[in-house]
Design a binder for this molecule. Structure first.
Ligand code: 9WO
Length: 243
């Protein structure tokens, strides 16, 4: 899998590339990262990537041309590396106006060869760049960030941890909240040593070694937690089961 990021702050992505589960997977060559700074695709002495909005208003807008050249470079690099058709690479803009990201989408991306991700800054991106290049917009939720970079890293992390061999324990991803194997419910609580901490014991069934009872207990806790916190997920499960 390969992700190409268009960003004015490429250094931010060292966190995902070098740390934790995603960092180990990168070191093992399971995924690769291309970083493209629109500033490197400018031609003026000031390396200008933004300008004032037509029609007036506060802030600055990212100019289409440096972004467009950076996308062309990313497409060409992907083609050179893997023979991928440059015109068929998904080009994703992280934006609150996009489709809401979720576990199902992450699983879909995990079956793909990756994407070019556009990280906007300032007030936004010239709409003509979006119209020309962007194939889909993705949102994490109804809030505004200072840029698309953190959203891009969240989406990438959710995808990468589903790739074969990324998690130490293949069962780990299967136990996740929202996993279809858990009917899309929230995960049950976790406990580790010591057996009693600050006067609070570990639920006895977990010490019993009785695997069927443990599975049943976890299922009950999962349903109870989801009913309390996310009744919408229970409704969705009912709807799926009744069809
Ligand atoms: C911001 C925006 C707000 C309302 C409707 C559409 C919008 N598009 C953008 C946009 O492209 N913003 C750029 C990226 C530039 C400003 C900072 N950006 C951004 C992305 N802020 N917040 C996000 C984001 C991305 C994904 N999920 C939540 C927030």
């Amino acid at each position: 899998m390969r992700f190409d990021l268009l960003t004015l702050f490429p250094e931010m992505f060292s966190a995902l590339r070098d740390q934790g589960v995603s960092g180990r997977a990168h070191a093992r060559g399971i995924w690769t990262l291309g970083l493209w700074n629109p500033r490197d695709f400018t031609e003026d002495v000031h390396r200008t990537v933004d300008d004032r909005p037509y029609g007036g208003g506060p802030g600055m807008v990212m100019m289409a041309e440096p972004l467009s050249r950076a996308v062309a470079a990313a497409r060409a690099a992907r083609h050179a590396a893997s023979g991928e058709d440059p015109d068929r690479v998904p080009v994703v803009l992280l934006s609150p106006a996009g489709r809401r990201h979720d576990q199902q989408l992450a699983a879909q991306w995990a079956r793909s060869s990756g994407a070019i991700l556009i990280c906007g800054r300032y007030e936004g991106v010239d709409q003509r760049f979006i119209d020309r290049h962007v194939t889909e917009e993705l949102s994490l939720g109804d809030y505004v960030l200072s840029g698309g970079e953190l959203a891009a890293m969240v989406v990438m992390d959710s995808v990468l941890r589903l790739l074969p061999g990324v998690l130490h324990d293949a069962q780990s991803a299967e136990q996740d909240s929202f996993n279809p194997a858990l009917d899309g419910l929230l995960d049950s609580p976790h406990y580790t040593r010591p057996e009693i901490w600050d006067g609070m014991p570990v639920p006895e069934v977990l010490l019993s070694g009785h695997h069927a009872q443990i599975a049943e207990w976890r299922r009950q806790r999962s349903v109870a937690l989801t009913t309390e916190r996310r009744p919408d997920l229970i409704q969705a499960l009912r709807a799926r089961k009744s069809q």
